[in-house]
Design a protein around this ligand. Structure first.
Ligand SMILES: [Zn+2]
Length: 128
């Protein structure tokens, strides 16, 4: 019996410390010093899209009746090395450590992200 093959996952999927919903500080590039919320994480390419930052203006040609022409602003992906996670607990830009801690109602030990500055758990804001 033939079974439908599942989509193959990339072998070396880089694990990023920054996830969707995190607040990050841009540390390089034209938006250096600005903060924003990660609207999309792209672990395959080690990049994140930060809402309203690293924006480019795109000129769009009208296409028939369906699309209007004009200029739209589009947030381009930023390399994760150019952003720093801002800790929601202490408000400081920080690097991320990993730790095993009992989490949730069942107190099951899970690997969590931990702020290197205040040692508190950085919760995931959004499920992807
Ligand atoms: Zn912290």
């Amino acid at each position: 019996m033939a079974t439908k093959q599942k989509e193959k996952k990339p072998l070396h999927l880089a694990k990023m410390n920054i996830k969707k919903g995190d607040t990050v500080l841009i540390i390089a590039g034209k938006d250096r010093g600005k903060e924003g919320m990660v609207s999309r994480a792209l672990p395959q390419v080690n990049k994140v899209i930060v809402e309203g930052l690293n924006v480019v203006k795109k000129h769009i040609r009208p296409q028939g009746q369906t699309r209007q022409g004009g200029i739209i602003e589009k947030a381009m992906p930023l390399n994760v090395s150019n952003v720093m996670l801002k800790c929601p607990e202490c408000g400081e830009p920080t690097r991320v450590a990993h730790d095993r801690r009992p989490m949730g109602e069942d107190k099951k030990v899970r690997v969590v992200r931990v702020c290197k500055k205040c040692q508190k758990v950085i919760a995931d804001r959004a499920k992807e």
